[in-house]
Design a protein around this ligand. Structure first.
Ligand SMILES: Nc1ncnc2c1ncn2[C@@H]1O[C@H](COP(=O)(O)OP(=O)(O)OP(=O)(O)O)[C@@H](O)[C@H]1O
Length: 528
């Protein structure tokens, strides 16, 4: 049976349709007459460049934002907007980019809270909720530590809690906003298994991802958004990654040589412009064991000027601890770290910066950005300390503004104004600010943690090019990423971390299978 919405468009049962949906933020139009139809029992990818409007669209469907125009129909009824309650009643659930869980509460408390709202007595609800949640988890083949606080769980498990939470309210339509951005490759495969199972139960899923290969493997249809407008919807059998990339950036841009080179996935890793002088060397560095953390043991490597050293490994094998050492957030128990002849132990945060150490941190929300400050303030924060931007005590504001404007253009940061709050930018555009800040000072040593997480295809290629350029100019780069593709594409040598140890340092052309085995703990050759 097909129902008819007030404006007369056909609506298949158990699905969702948007017609002409518009959303403005001040003078900026984030969604401009968007059409989107989700069929029952399909996985539908939503693709688009950073800032194209994907999260805004999902938030409107989930009832978290009110559109300024257009129509939304679900459950056989058309209306101009959905409230949170409407969306919930229509069986719409969402797994956000940043999980909506209270980290100090246990899993079961979080689930009971979501079920009860603020009013009901939580303890009384908990056992009933737990029973239902356990049945859902069992069906999906998951074991979840119900009594542990959320903060103690790995991100992959937190995401499972979010999914169980959505299924507890029997969501028939599930919206996933970049769910794989925080997952290791094996966790992604596991998530895909579950998403397919949910589809096969007849649910409808919207899947946002920048990884075209994921979209091609998982999804049934794809809708592409470009700068807030619908470009179109295609079946997965009628398209390929090149076609999708072109649809995202538009024909005009994909034919211009600069953009075409951005789109081309340049996988070749040039020979390092290496000198023998180590910019940084780790000599038998070990950290003190701490609960819930990985202890680094006898870490030994060096990075030469002009070299990119990739650190591969399954997440949680010591990557976070290694980065924290550079950030000055973690002490080490034994061994030495030497930065061009100086002991790192002796250098404070400011001295490290002056030496030229820059960090692209893994969690841009907590560490990389001041979300409550403007784009301009975020971009010019470090520059404002430099003498060329000061006249005595005073800041040279106009010069700083030009500097920020230049970075905005260079990194194609899509913000309405320099005065826009960083917190209101799309996830990918926030990441571009963090990267622009790290690269602009031409750091002598750059620690890049998952630098392209959340970036679209073009921006990823651009950042890869920038990292290579930095190395070619003589910078040393430590690239930490759980994306093996990224590590292999950029690194001159690859160090594999397993349970806090480096199991081997290998040349970049090492076969994937060997790297995979090393990531599972097998010793490999060392070229340290
Ligand atoms: N609360 C807000 N206030 C002002 N502008 C906003 C707000 N939320 C989103 N925007 C703007 O709307 C545009 C679309 O953002 P949205 O987060 O939907 O993009 P996206 O396609 O999800 O991008 P990404 O891939 O980077 O996550 C962006 O330019 C963003 O700056």
């Amino acid at each position: 049976m097909t129902s008819i919405s007030p404006s007369g468009f056909d609506l298949p049962p158990d699905a969702l349709a948007l017609r002409g949906v518009t959303k403005r933020f001040g003078t900026f139009t984030a969604l401009d007459g968007v059409d989107f139809t989700l069929r029952a029992g399909e996985i539908h990818a939503l693709l688009g460049e950073n800032g194209a409007g994907k999260s805004t669209l999902l938030k409107i469907v989930r009832g978290l934002m009110r559109p300024d125009g257009g129509e939304i129909a679900c459950g056989g009824q058309g209306r101009s907007f959905l409230t949170l309650e409407d969306a919930r009643a229509a069986g719409i659930g969402m797994v956000h980019q940043h999980f909506m869980l209270v980290s100090s509460m246990t899993v079961v408390e979080n689930l009971a809270l979501a079920e009860a709202g603020a009013s009901a007595s939580l303890p009384r609800l908990e056992s009933a909720v737990r029973e239902r949640a356990a049945a859902i988890a069992e069906r999906l083949g998951w074991t979840i530590p119900w009594q542990n606080p959320i903060a103690d769980l790995p991100v992959g498990t937190q995401q499972r809690v979010e999914i169980v939470k959505a299924l507890l309210s029997d969501a028939r339509i599930l919206l996933f906003d970049e769910p794989t951005a925080v997952l290791a490759p094996t966790e992604t495969l596991e998530l895909f298994r579950v998403l397919r199972a949910l589809r096969d139960e007849g649910r409808s899923l919207v899947f946002v991802s920048h990884k075209l290969s994921e979209v091609m493997t998982l999804c049934d249809r794809v809708t592409v958004l470009r700068r807030g407008k619908t470009v179109g919807t295609v079946g997965i059998d009628e398209t390929n990654p090149d076609d999708l990339a072109r649809r995202m950036v538009g024909d005009a841009r994909s034919q211009d040589p600069e953009s075409a080179s951005i789109l081309r996935d340049d996988r070749k890793s040039s020979q390092p412009n290496r000198t023998d002088s180590a910019v940084v060397s780790f000599e038998q560095v070990s950290t003190r064991p701490q609960p819930m953390e990985t202890t680094l043991r006898d870490i030994q490597f060096s990075i030469a000027a002009g070299e990119i050293l990739g650190v591969a490994g399954v997440d949680g094998n010591g990557q976070a601890e290694l980065i924290q050492i550079f950030q000055g957030l973690r002490a080490w128990k034994s061994g030495d770290i030497v930065l061009s002849g100086q002991r790192l132990r002796k250098l404070g945060v400011q001295e490290r910066r002056e030496f030229g150490v820059a960090v692209i941190p893994p969690d841009r929300h907590r560490e990389g950005l001041a979300l409550g400050l403007s784009v301009e303030e975020n971009l010019s924060m470090d520059a404002a300390r430099q003498p060329q931007f000061r006249r005595g005590f005073w800041l040279r504001r106009r010069k700083l503004r030009e500097f920020s404007k230049q970075l905005l253009d260079d990194f194609d940061i899509r913000a309405d104004h320099l005065s826009t709050l960083a917190g209101s930018l799309s996830g990918g555009n926030q990441q571009k600010i963090v990267i622009a800040r790290a690269l602009v000072g031409q750091p002598r040593l750059l620690i890049a943690a998952s630098p392209t997480r959340g970036l679209d295809v073009g921006a990823t290629a651009y950042v890869h090019r920038k990292l290579r350029e930095r190395a070619e100019q003589g910078g040393a780069i430590l690239l930490v990423s759980t994306e093996l593709d990224e590590i292999v594409a950029l690194s001159h040598r690859i160090a594999v971390l397993y349970e806090g140890r480096i199991v081997g340092i290998t040349p970049a052309d090492t076969p994937r299978e060997t790297l995979g085995l090393m990531m599972g703990g097998k010793q490999g050759a060392s070229h340290g």
